[in-house]
Design a protein around this ligand. Structure first.
Ligand SMILES: [Zn+2]
Length: 68
């Protein structure tokens, strides 16, 4: 079975490939870097999560104020 590396589109063997679905560690890291820099997005999921985290931390701050 052969697959295409998502990063460089090179055809690679699936079997015995520790970096699959990538051809190499380099391509794997490039792809992970793309995720981290926000090149990929999963239908606004990340933004929803961020909003939730922000509103949670706002609540926490309010709590702290109320305790004064
Ligand atoms: Zn590659």
């Amino acid at each position: 079975m052969k697959v295409k590396c998502p990063t460089c589109k090179k055809r690679i063997k699936w079997k015995d490939n520790p970096y699959r679905p990538f051809c190499s560690e380099r391509c794997k890291l490039i792809d992970l870097g793309a995720w981290a820099s926000g090149e990929y997005k999963i239908e606004g999921k990340l933004e929803d999560e961020l909003e939730q985290i922000l509103s949670e931390s706002e609540k926490e701050q309010k709590k702290e104020k109320d305790n004064d």
